[in-house]
Design a protein around this ligand. Structure first.
Ligand SMILES: Cc1cc2nc3c(=O)[nH]c(=O)nc-3n(C[C@H](O)[C@H](O)[C@H](O)COP(=O)(O)OP(=O)(O)OC[C@H]3O[C@@H](n4cnc5c(N)ncnc54)[C@H](O)[C@@H]3O)c2cc1C
Length: 390
């Protein structure tokens, strides 16, 4: 199928590929690094990317970007994802920057966009609460305007990277007297503020990536309000949708499929390559089809966005399909590896550097974070099919 890549697009893809080849050692993800070493590596690579401005290529030039369109961004995303280039994206440039460009004050843009472009600040999202996940509009963290500051009290949970973050994007309640969707606002919170306590949550891969965040009489200057007070819900819905549309699970799955295919083609059991077994071939062929479909839906989400249509339905569909196919692939690969699949990367017997074991656990999250698959199906039913709210 011809998606109409221009010669410039193809040249750009080659340029990104050759940058990746020159910048990261081919075996970097086989180096058995621990969590902290991996973080250091990711930061180092992210810094090497800075001069190219590719991380922020889609930003207008006035804000320090290159003004490239969404298709170029897709090419970049496919290449860095396929080659597992670490540190290419972060919450600051994926969520906070578009939000500030859309609804931030001039002062907020001046203050935050430059450091986001230069990866000087690390950001976390403070949305979910112990009693408010899928039904995010029921959130209870309260912000009360007192003089020149909002005083914030409440608790957030599952906050990825909050222990490393300089700033947090906080969804909080600023009016309790109106219907729940109409009393929510967005604040930019300095994570070093007195009253912010971050406690680790160890996830099922054994990593410390998520946290609980407690906010106790935290003072946030009122000029850190993004958009208008009590209109945060509409910004939140749109930020979540574009984040769903921006995650490229299909390419990640394609890479894993290629790795698994290489493994079964080159590994024999009882003298016969695993890849000759009909059940293995059928399963991998089915997954290849599903990954292609997830990729086309991802493209369609970008096409809708580029053509000025509301991409909500496509973004949710892309998130569901990419997440679910990744889970199926990880589970199938785990079965194909037999007991070896369960070995983690520290074992000398582990196939594919323990990636199967890691993906098997990690992909559980893919149908939960950024709205569960059920919630995204609800979004499609309501916003895509026009059915009444369930
Ligand atoms: C690894 C990880 C990282 C995360 N990172 C962040 C982060 O950085 N910042 C942040 O704010 N949050 C983060 N989250 C939170 C995530 O967004 C929520 O877990 C998610 O929205 C689901 O909310 P919940 O866990 O409260 O589940 P619940 O809302 O309690 O849902 C439980 C189950 O009920 C189903 N369900 C609920 N309501 C409906 C409905 N109306 N119709 C059909 N089914 C329904 C759900 O699909 C789910 O299966 C993260 C979560 C994980 C696991």
């Amino acid at each position: 199928m011809d998606f109409g890549w221009t010669p410039e697009d193809n040249a750009f893809r080659s340029e990104v590929r050759s940058f990746i080849r020159k910048t990261i050692p081919p075996n970097w993800d086989e180096m058995n690094l621990d969590e902290e070493e991996e973080e250091v590596y990711a930061q180092e690579f992210a810094r090497k990317l800075l001069p190219t401005k590719w991380r922020v290529m889609h930003w207008p030039e006035a804000y320090g970007g290159l003004g490239y369109g969404a298709w170029r961004q897709l090419i970049f995303s496919e290449e860095v994802t396929y080659h597992r280039f670490p540190g290419a994206w972060d919450g600051g440039n994926m969520v906070v920057a578009p939000l500030l460009m859309h609804a931030g004050t001039d002062d907020q843009k001046r203050r935050f966009l430059g450091p986001i472009a230069n990866a000087d600040y690390s950001w976390c999202q403070l949305f979910t609460e112990p009693e408010s996940g899928s039904d995010l509009a029921s959130l209870r963290t309260r912000a009360v305007l007192t003089g020149d500051d909002y005083v914030v009290n409440g608790q957030k949970v599952f906050n990825t990277g909050a222990h490393l973050a300089d700033w947090g994007l906080l969804a909080c309640r600023t009016d309790t007297e109106v219907p729940k969707h109409r009393g929510i606002s967005f604040l930019l919170v300095d994570m070093k503020s007195p009253g912010v306590t971050v406690r680790p949550l160890i996830n099922l891969t054994g990593a410390h990536a998520q946290n609980e965040v407690f906010l106790e009489d935290v003072r946030v200057p009122k000029d850190h309000l993004v958009g208008r007070e009590n209109e945060g819900w509409y910004l939140l819905v749109s930020a979540l949708s574009s984040e769903r549309g921006g995650i490229n699970r299909a390419t990640q799955a394609k890479r894993l499929l290629d790795d698994v295919t290489g493994f079964v083609a080159s590994t024999a059991y009882n003298g016969r390559p695993i890849g000759k077994r009909p059940e293995v071939r059928n399963r991998l062929a089915e997954l290849a089809i599903a990954i292609d479909l997830a990729r086309w839906v991802f493209y369609r989400a970008i096409w809708a966005q580029v053509n000025g249509m509301d991409p909500t339905r496509e973004n949710s569909a892309s998130k569901i399909m990419g997440g679910e196919v990744s889970q199926r692939l990880a589970s199938t690969a785990m079965n194909m590896m037999g007991l070896y699949g369960q070995l983690n990367r520290r074992s000398k017997y582990t196939p594919l550097q323990g990636r199967i074991e890691m993906m098997y656990k990690e992909t559980v999250y893919y149908t939960i974070g950024l709205g569960t698959s059920e919630i995204n199906r609800n979004v499609i039913a309501q916003r895509g099919l026009g059915l009444p709210r369930g």
